[in-house]
Ligand binder design. Structure first.
Ligand SMILES: Nc1nc(=O)c2c([nH]1)NC[C@@H]1CN(c3ccc(C(=O)N[C@@H](CCC(=O)O)C(=O)O)cc3)C=[N+]21
Length: 271
């Protein structure tokens, strides 16, 4: 069975629309040498911004030096409410140094160390949007208390922040984070009530790796020919509840991103 993520996005959009009636939020999105996943996201952002009355500008840049200049500029610019930087940055870039240039109060992806620190205290106003989208989908779909959640992937965008968010006392899931060096992955995923897959390989999670009736969150955005597919084998849908790709985590992520920009604009900086 597929989980209906579009209706979740829609209910978030309703709040955003109410906020954009009163203010004119502006988001800037910056990317250096964007990969296919980033291009897909930038397109979705552009469409969504337009439909929600959020002003949006995209900057595709040649190198990290120009990115750094732009981040300083937009951090000071009072007409800009949200700053999004696409990841991954080019090889060799100092992510911490780049993220530190984003004004924490405009840091819609929660990359600045101030916001990552806030996350450790359970403050999720600036949590990475994809992780926030997964929490939104899970809390609207199931009870998390005491559940076994296996996250496959440990990125700063998804796996790592999500693990912290699911451990928060009001959720209290038991979280296992798996990665490329994990041994016997299938043994872990077969124990899970909930599996979150964010690895970037089409069809990575096979039906024999999950329990009957598990809840599976597919975070993958893989461009195969002219189609976008997730990290989960489509056969998994026959035995589990699964978020679709496209139309799953991605649409909720984009909704949360825009909602955040609107909240920043309407509350003068505080989320
Ligand atoms: N700092 C950072 N944060 C991110 O969250 C991040 C990133 N960098 N870099 C790139 C990846 C990719 N990503 C997507 C999110 C939504 C869609 C999305 O909404 N896709 C639509 C349309 C897909 C289509 O059909 O083209 C859907 O899934 O329905 C796609 C891709 C976020 N990422």
């Amino acid at each position: 069975m597929f989980i209906d993520c579009k209706s979740i996005a829609k209910s978030i959009d309703e709040e955003t629309i109410a906020l954009t009636r009163l203010t004119k939020p502006k988001l800037v999105s910056l990317a250096v040498n964007p990969d296919e996943g980033t291009i897909s996201y930038l397109k979705s952002q552009q469409k969504k911004a337009k439909s929600l009355n959020v002003e949006h500008e995209i900057f595709v840049l040649d190198n990290v030096e120009i990115l750094s200049e732009k981040l300083l500029e937009f951090s000071k610019d009072e007409t800009v409410h949200g700053i999004f930087v696409a990841h991954p940055l080019p090889k060799g870039a100092d992510e911490l140094q780049v993220a530190s240039l984003i004004d924490p109060e405009k840091d819609v992806e929660g990359r600045n160390p101030v916001n990552l620190g806030r996350l450790m205290y359970g403050e999720e106003g600036f949590a990475p949007c994809t992780a926030a989208a997964i929490v939104e989908i899970l809390t609207r779909t199931t009870q998390l208390m005491g559940k076994n959640v296996v996250i496959v992937g440990r990125s700063n965008t998804v796996g790592l922040p999500l693990s912290v968010m699911l451990l928060r006392r009001d959720r209290s899931a038991t979280v296992t984070v798996c990665h490329t060096k994990t041994q016997n992955l299938e043994e872990k995923t077969l124990q899970a009530d909930i599996v979150v897959v964010a690895v970037g390989h089409a069809g990575f999670l096979k039906p024999e790796m999950v329990r009957e009736n598990a809840l599976v969150i597919d975070v993958g955005i893989n461009v195969v020919g002219d189609r976008v597919v997730g990290d989960v084998d489509p056969e998994v849908e026959k035995k589990c509840s699964l978020t679709p790709v496209p139309g799953g985590v991605g649409v909720v992520t984009t909704a949360i991103l825009m909602n955040r920009v609107a909240r920043i604009a309407s509350r003068g900086g505080k989320v």
